[in-house]
Ligand binder design. Sequence first.
Ligand SMILES: [Zn+2]
Ligand SMILES: [Zn+2]
Ligand SMILES: [Zn+2]
Length: 95
Amino acid sequence: MVGDTTMTTGVCLHLDAIKTVTQAKRRECDECVKIGAQWVHLRTCQECGATLCCDSSPNRHASKHARASGHPVVASAELGERWLYCFPDETFAEY
Ligand SMILES: [Zn+2]
Ligand SMILES: [Zn+2]
Ligand SMILES: [Zn+2]
């Protein structure tokens, strides 16, 4: 156990396990590009580095990917945003 009780989120071990944040290689959704779809915001999977679209986008590729692959954590790939999100625990953390 890590004795840091100042963080109140504390319920997600996935976010605790992220030591370095994987950034988007390209600012486009890997799946939307293939099908010619539009997206709203981008998220980067912290497990495999895939950059996919958010739940405000029509195809919600990031959350589909999280469910299908079991990769829990994404980072925002939007400029100026520095946060991580865990899908199974619905937990945000800034970094
Ligand atoms: Zn988690
Ligand atoms: Zn997409
Ligand atoms: Zn992934």
